[in-house]
Design a protein around this ligand. Sequence first.
Ligand code: SF4
Length: 62
Amino acid sequence: MTTPPPEPLPFPESLCHRCAAPPRYVQTRTSVFIMCPLLPGKYPPQPVRACALFRPAESNPS
Ligand code: SF4
């Protein structure tokens, strides 16, 4: 199950937003965290600019 991207996107330049992993968005009262289902650490330092596990998401052409 995925969660829809929040508005505004945290770290809009992050590779995670365009990844087929797919990332999950975890919202607290004050912050939004991007959780990666593939990485053991779950929360990569953002913004992710390069990732060996990145696969482009098909439904998001941006
Ligand atoms: S695999 Fe890499 S690019 Fe994809 S969501 Fe995880 S950390 Fe982000």
